[in-house]
Design a protein around this ligand. Structure first.
Ligand SMILES: C[S@@+](CC[C@H](N)C(=O)[O-])C[C@H]1O[C@@H](n2cnc3c(N)ncnc32)[C@H](O)[C@@H]1O
Length: 300
């Protein structure tokens, strides 16, 4: 049994995930609720293969699987193409596992899938995809690639960036600090974040996308973030209801919560266990978004 670590988990304002099929709130780290997970017949669950989920959303590896497609990823890749009209003859996806979403979004491209695990690669090959069992730290595509996809690449890290063609693009998320590592390099330009706006509509945000690396600095900014309710509850626990009212009135939510984060003292929940505190949210985006980088052309 293992866990899905895919990037189409939808984390809602309570920091829980929503089922990708019915949107019901489920535990963090899960992607599908028990009702939708239960096969009603012998048919495949769309995109999931014939799978029996246990109570925690894990599944048995021995069951028949087939390539997975994330509608969220396909939407992001389509938006990327619509906005930038990039050259995308060759798309390289190391550490792909069973995710075949690029084949839907980049339908005319040659897509090279690589994973060190044999099972997903066999399944991708059986479905007609070009897929290689290889260590992505050593695998060398036969040509420079136009698009490199790095989603939760694990120990592969950012090593495959060296195979990117001049002005080629990296599309990545930040669960494994991939975007954070790439933004520190000198050979890539950070172009945009593909993220959801307040109405849950996907947008191509190229205006100050590096605000992802900055924390909110005012109560006004914090109010729009999913963590707002959690932060209010924490302040109430520490200061009581009356003082919380004053903090809100004076616009001191961010500064008072920062003091709590900086203090060494534990805050205990009803059962006496320390509450895990979250850092202040970022000004924009989250680690699940698609970060778009372009390789800067070398000047000789
Ligand atoms: C967390 S999964 C991510 C799968 C997929 N990219 C996604 O986001 O849903 C990490 C994948 O990296 C693969 N992997 C780990 N180390 C690797 C390596 N050195 N070379 C190639 N694949 C590797 C694992 O087998 C696994 O399928």
């Amino acid at each position: 049994m293992f866990w899905w670590g895919r990037n189409n988990l939808i984390i809602n304002k309570n920091n829980m995930a929503n089922c990708i099929y019915c949107s019901k709130e489920i535990g963090e780290g899960m992607r599908i609720c028990q009702d939708c997970a239960k096969p009603q017949s012998d048919e495949f669950i769309p995109g999931e293969g014939l799978i029996e989920f246990d109570d925690w959303g894990g599944y048995d590896e021995k069951k028949e699987l087939r390539p997975d497609v994330s509608s969220s990823l396909v939407e992001s890749y389509n938006l990327f193409q619509e906005k930038l009209s990039p050259k995308c003859d060759i798309v390289y996806y190391p550490s792909c596992d069973l995710d075949s979403s690029p084949s839907i979004a980049f339908e005319k491209s040659r897509i090279i899938y690589v994973d060190i695990a044999e099972n997903p690669i066999k399944i991708l090959k059986d479905h007609g995809y070009e897929a290689h069992v290889a260590d992505a730290k050593k695998f060398k595509p036969d040509e420079p690639v136009d698009i490199l996809i790095l989603l939760n690449p694990g120990e592969t890290g950012v090593a495959p960036v060296k195979f990117l063609a001049d002005q080629g693009y990296v599309l990545c998320n930040d669960y494994h600090d991939t975007a954070t590592k790439l933004v520190q390099r000198g050979d890539l330009e950070f172009v945009a974040i593909i993220r959801e706006d307040e109405n849950k509509k996907k947008i191509f945000d190229s205006e100050n996308p590096d605000e992802y690396w900055k924390e909110v600095s005012s109560d006004e900014e914090l109010k729009t973030k999913p963590l707002y309710d959690f932060i209010l509850k924490t302040l109430k626990k520490v200061h009581g209801e009356e003082r919380l009212g004053e903090i809100i009135k004076r616009g001191e939510i961010v500064s008072e919560y920062t003091k709590i984060l900086d203090s060494e003292e534990d805050i205990l929940d009803e059962s006496g266990f320390p509450i895990v505190l979250f850092d202040l949210p970022r000004k924009k985006g989250n680690m699940d978004n698609i970060f778009v980088f372009r390789k800067i052309k070398k000047v000789d």
